[in-house]
Design a protein around this ligand. Structure first.
Ligand code: URP
Ligand code: ZN
Ligand code: ZN
Ligand code: ZN
Length: 484
């Protein structure tokens, strides 16, 4: 059984050209003019692009006394509805738990996925067990990326000594370090002060996490990564201070990547002073939304290439869950949704406004992260031999985003009311049509785990660390006597 996508324009991170795309056995087998197949999908007026990869999701994640409300079924269904064909979720060990035991839980949850997926792991504590587990996870489980929380003090946060130890181990093993970069000690102190002064509402969440908190931690993580000799991926980069640190590091030749979220690019901090408590609390996430100047910085980063990937950090909580924080903003579960809306929102506010080219859109939603994660060109490519994870994108199709029509399991949408122009006509997961013009044909359990090997080439191409880690004792002509 073969499928041909007819009469479309292929758009990759590099090229734009008219061609049909033939699919057999879930992979692309031919690209060219006038192809024939058993089944035809009409792509007239559409772009044929690599399906999106969202490298930052938290599906059914235990967090802040509850579980995020989209699981691997509803989360990947939402992803496919919006043109995303692969998600990368974070497997989180409990303090003291082995990484391999934590992975078992994620293996069980992910059997319901409608599209392909991979995992990052979090390093939430440090010890001999983690030192050993990292080798097993990288070499036997195909996971090469490890997140470190520099915030959430008393829960997921690791300190600088743990960060340095873990980064050095990852450098040895060819892993990539990831950081949630916020200074958790400063946040904890600001939270306590705000609460003591009677600032209990959701707006205080933003006051407790100013851009300086993120800028400081981003700089610190970059310097520690440089000393350890490990490439660094900074998740949810939300402000100029963090972007500046990443930009500078990249100009110095350091292997550092920044990941803005679609929420930070398109929503701002005025959401937190909304008179409706629920409206504001639904938008509580870390880092918080920022003002227009920070948004402009993030867009400039995508345009110039100093920021590499647009993600969602999809971590969806219902209104009822958000209300755990009535009277104390520190108890509002942190996280927002976005999986279904990332690609249409980025197209609308990026490509349709002229900020990004369609090729840049493909780069930041798919190809760049496939390369960083070391699963390119299986994913992130329109090439013969690549998985047929494709989106047939109609740049003229419009809709108004609404919780009433979304796939996510929660009862609201942070983009409610936004008009988007640019939506999937078809989304294909390994050659199977999962979505056609908004009609959902997903298949629970169709998704497979994507293993990713350590990328030792990138790890060898670091800038300054070799000098820092190769100290030599100074040869002296005489040493003074002691103990006289
Ligand atoms: O607020 C957020 N971002 N929640 C999800 C967990 C994380 O920090 O990524
Ligand atoms: Zn985070
Ligand atoms: Zn996250
Ligand atoms: Zn909008």
């Amino acid at each position: 059984m073969s499928t041909v996508i007819k009469n479309g324009t292929v758009v990759t991170a590099d090229l734009t050209y008219k061609a049909d795309v033939k699919i057999e056995g879930g992979v692309i087998t031919e690209i060219g003019p006038d192809l024939k197949g058993d089944e035809q999908l009409d792509a007239t007026g559409c772009y044929v692009m690599p399906g999106g990869i969202d490298p930052h999701t938290h599906l059914e994640m235990p967090f802040m006394g509850t579980y995020s409300s989209d699981d691997f079924e509803s989360g990947t269904r939402a992803a496919l509805a919006g043109g995303t064909t692969m998600v990368v979720d974070f497997a989180l060990p409990n303090p003291g738990e082995s990484l391999l035991d934590a992975l078992k839980r994620w293996d069980n949850k992910s059997t319901r996925a409608n599209c392909d997926y991979s995992f990052h792991m979090a390093v939430t504590w440090w010890g001999e067990q983690v030192f050993d587990d990292l080798k097993t996870v990288i070499e036997q489980r195909g996971i090469n990326t490890f997140k470190h929380f520099m915030a959430y003090k008393g829960a997921l946060m690791v300190n600088d000594d743990e960060l340095f130890a873990s980064f050095k181990r990852l450098a040895e093993l060819g892993g990539i370090a990831m950081v949630h970069a916020e200074n958790g000690d400063v946040v904890a102190e600001l939270q306590a002060k705000l609460l003591a002064e009677g600032n209990t509402g959701p707006e205080a969440h933003a006051y407790s996490r100013p851009p300086q908190v993120e800028g400081e931690a981003t700089n610190r993580a970059i310097m520690i990564a440089d000393m350890a000799g490990v490439p660094l991926y900074v998740v949810h980069t939300s402000c100029e201070e963090a972007h500046e640190a990443i930009r500078r590091a990249r100009m110095q030749g350091k292997r550092v990547w920044g990941e803005p979220l679609i929420q930070h690019l398109t929503l701002d901090d005025s959401e937190y002073t909304h008179p409706d408590w629920d409206h504001a609390a639904r938008r509580v996430m870390s880092p918080p939304f920022r003002n227009k100047q920070h948004q402009d910085s993030l867009w400039a980063g995508l345009q110039s290439g100093s920021l590499s990937v647009v993600a969602t950090d999809h971590c969806a909580f219902t209104t009822e869950q958000k209300r755990f924080g009535v009277g104390d903003f520190t108890k509002i579960p942190n996280g927002t949704g976005g999986l279904e809306d990332r690609m249409p929102m980025l197209w609308t506010h990026g490509v349709a406004t002229g900020r990004l080219t369609p090729n840049e859109f493909v780069a930041v939603t798919s190809t760049n992260i496939a390369k960083i994660l070391n699963c390119y060109p299986k994913k992130g490519a329109v090439l013969v031999g690549a998985d047929a994870d494709l989106v047939v994108w109609d740049p003229d199709k419009t809709k108004t985003i609404s919780a009433a029509t979304q796939q996510s399991a929660i009862d609201y949408n942070v983009f409610e009311g936004h008009e988007v122009k640019g939506l999937p006509r078809f989304t294909l997961t390994r050659g199977q049509v999962a979505v056609h013009d908004g009609e959902i044909r997903t298949q629970e359990g169709h998704g497979k785990f994507v293993a990713r090997e350590a990328n030792t080439t990138v790890n060898k191409a670091l800038s300054t660390w070799k000098e820092l880690t190769a100290p030599r004792p100074v040869e002296r002509s005489g040493i003074p006597a002691t103990g006289v």
